[in-house]
Each structure stands twice: as C-alpha cells, then as structure tokens.
Design a protein around this ligand. Structure first.
Ligand SMILES: [Zn+2]
Length: 198
C-alpha cells in the first residue's frame, strides 16, 4: 500500500483528485488529501464513541456509512452545494466533510464526527431545527455556545428552519445557537427518548 499512498500524494500535488480510502467496521473513509491519513485514528475513535453513545439514547448508526473528506472548502461546496463555511453535511448514509486535517487544526474533528453520526442515526421526521439542536447537544458543540440571548427567541419554529439554511455566517450561527437552546429546553423537560419520539 505504500506505493499507492505515494502515488496518491503525487497525483494530489499535481492537482488531480486522487484520494484513498480505508474501512473501519461499517464505516468507510475516503479522503482526497494524503495528509488526512494521520487523522483516521481520531475519526475512528470519535465514530466508535458516538455509536456507543447513540445506542444509549435508543439510536443506531446505519450498518454502512461513508465519510467523504473533500480536498478543501471549494471542493466540498462543489460536491454538495452547501455553503463553503460549513464543517460537514450528511446526505443519506454519506457524510461529506472538509479536509480532515483542516477540521483537526481547528479542534473540530471529533465534534464534527459526532454531530454527523447523530444525523445518520436520527429519526427522519425530526424538524430541521430540532435535528440541528440535538446534533449540537449530542456532539458537545453546545457546551461552548455563548451564554445569554440568541436574539431569535421569538422566531417561530418554521422561520428558524428557514434561517438554518442561511448563507450569512453570523445569522447562521445565531440560528444554530437558538435551535440548540430550544432543543436543550425540551431535553431537560422530557429526556432524549421522548424528544426523539422513541
Ligand atoms: Zn447538522
């Protein structure tokens, strides 16, 4: 495999989408930038922890899931149509992410894996705001949200769903914080299984 990796690196350097893939149980990870290989252990540990913690709240990750790590922000946007600033997006059983080493450098990689693992396992019928609020709570991202008002407390749920599709970063962040605040209120009142409808 050593020669294959060297070839992948060479092709990437040449600007050709090369990539490599590796399996870990039902999870496969395909990456574009050969440097992402160094992050696979972090990804697998985060995935295994997420799968275990999801089982504890009554959810299961699908039998097979693929993580496709883009070569960069523009590559991710081109693959998914998602705004360039996002860390990752899950479409069915495929998790599209930014370059793994870029997420790791920003301290986001384990949170991102857990967040998207939640999306692969969540009931399909959850409204968008609740799915995002729960995913950010499950992942641990919610713990570093700024305290205090989000400014969106009075926004109806449907309008909050629409605001979660925003491309303006400040408004999008406020929408995620508000979704997480609302999900937290529900979780404290009713617990995970009731909120998930299990
Ligand atoms: Zn999400």
């Amino acid at each position: 495999m050593r020669n294959w990796t060297a070839l992948a690196l060479l092709l990437t350097t040449a600007g050709i989408a090369a990539g490599a893939g590796v399996r870990h149980g039902g999870l496969s990870v395909e990456y574009t930038d050969a440097r992402d290989r160094a992050q696979l252990g972090v990804v697998f540990r985060a995935w295994d922890g997420a799968a275990r913690d999801l089982r504890a709240i009554g959810l299961d990750v699908p039998a097979t899931v693929r993580i496709e790590a883009a070569g960069g922000a523009a590559d991710l946007a081109a693959r998914t149509g998602a705004p360039a600033g996002i860390a990752a997006i899950t479409q069915g059983n495929v998790i599209h992410t930014q370059r793994l080493s870029a997420l790791a450098a920003r301290g986001l990689l384990p949170f991102t894996v857990r967040h998207e693992a939640f999306h692969t396992a969540q009931p399909a019928a959850l409204p968008r705001w609740l799915a995002e609020g729960l995913a950010r709570t499950f992942s641990g991202e919610a713990a570093s949200d700024p305290p205090g008002a989000t400014g969106l407390e009075n926004l109806p749920d449907a309008a909050l769903n629409a605001q979660l599709l925003q491309r303006s970063a400040p408004r999008l962040n406020a929408a995620y914080h508000e979704a997480t605040r609302r999900a937290g209120l529900l979780l404290r009142r009713r617990g995970w299984r009731a909120v998930l409808g299990l």
